[in-house]
Write a protein that binds this ligand. Structure first.
Ligand code: TXA
Ligand code: MG
Length: 325
């Protein structure tokens, strides 16, 4: 069911869960103060309870009520509203159900006008993981939402296609040093130009980053130049996700979907998950890794987790020899 902002605010106030738009991906939201609704998020998503949730806020003042923000937050806050999530010490002010028992809580101010309206009207944060079943890739538009998930919620606020298309960068900040826990559109260069230095104590782990996930509807083959596997897959059975770099482009592919025409990495990020959701008759997706510049590392991180096969194109150019990753 499609909800207006007012209907979403009412549903959330009544303890229901709602799918909300953000600039990165759609989120499955519950009021942070409502333990029953938060438990519903884990149940609906089939998410392991040891995988904590991100809190979404409307402003920095509200974040200060729940966490200890470091002094340098002004420069960090220049990224907000936006796709940057900070791991902050909460000193017991956030429920263990949201943090999975960690002394840190993940916080961000999302850059989507409809979600900001909802957050302001509620006056409290929303706990919201991406609105997909655990292990699947994140939805970046309402059409890509799994109906079996949506049916278990009060409905969705349609905010159009997500501007960015991959999840936020997650960092841990210690004094003026940052560590990237999950790469995203905001990369190390941007954080360095805001006056921060990379590195620090032991790198924290995001439990959700441990497993293989972002699974597309059909197996994804990572194309490489390295030695081929044993199993032959015909290119006519593959859809080539073309990032505009054209490295493996070939007319022998059964289908070709452009993620970007001119190799623009932000455009590739914007279109990637939508391509993963495509429901054509094709048996395999095929794509190569992108250069490690700009948001390349963030896209490559998703590709590494999403792919189950790696493969090299055969000498006759009609097939790819694959092996399991
Ligand atoms: O762009 C985004 O971040 C989207 C939108 C909806 O805001 N949200 C999102 O949430 O991607 P989710 O739950 O799909 O991914 C959150 C990641 C998980 O890998 C989780 O393990 C990690 O953040 N995380 C959350 N709280 C954490 C904490 N306290 N310490 C370490 N990792 C944490
Ligand atoms: Mg997720």
């Amino acid at each position: 069911m499609i909800l207006t902002v007012q209907e979403a605010v009412r549903a959330l106030s009544l303890g229901k869960t709602v799918v909300v738009p953000t600039e990165t991906v759609y989120g499955l939201a519950a009021r942070a103060s409502d333990p029953h609704a938060v438990a519903e998020v884990y149940r609906i998503k089939k998410r392991p309870v040891n995988n904590p949730l991100i809190l979404h806020f409307s402003d920095v003042e509200t974040i200060k009520k729940y966490t200890s923000l470091p002094d340098l937050v002004d420069s960090i806050a220049s990224f907000w509203p936006g796709p940057l999530t900070l791991l902050l010490p909460h000193g017991g002010r956030v429920s263990g159900a949201i943090t999975a028992g960690s002394s840190f809580v993940a916080c961000r101010i999302p850059d989507h006008p409809l979600l900001l309206q909802i957050l302001k009207a509620l006056g409290e944060p929303l706990a919201a993981p991406s609105a997909n079943f655990s292990g699947a890739s994140s939805p970046t538009c309402v059409e890509d939402l799994d109906t079996a998930l949506l049916e278990q919620t009060a409905g969705v606020v349609d905010g159009g296609p997500c501007r960015i298309g991959i999840e936020s960068t997650i960092i841990r900040l210690e004094k003026n040093r940052f560590q990237i826990v999950r790469p995203g559109l905001i990369g190390a260069e941007a954080l360095r130009s805001a006056g921060f230095l990379e590195g620090g104590a032991e790198k924290p782990i995001a439990p959700g980053q441990a497993e293989r996930h972002y699974a597309p509807r059909v197996p994804l083959i990572l194309l490489t130049d390295q030695s081929p596997g044993q199993h032959r897959v015909e290119l006519k059975d593959c859809c080539y996700l073309d990032s505009g770099q054209g490295r493996f482009a070939s007319s022998a592919f059964g289908q070709r979907v452009f993620l970007s025409r001119h190799g623009n990495l932000e455009e590739v990020a914007h279109n990637l998950f939508h391509a993963f959701h495509a429901t054509s008759e094709i048996r395999f997706l095929a794509m190569e890794m992108l250069p490690e510049e700009g948001c390349g590392p963030a896209i490559n991180d998703r590709l590494r987790r999403a792919a189950t096969l790696t493969g090299k194109i055969s000498a006759d150019g009609l097939a790819v020899y694959v092996q399991k990753l």
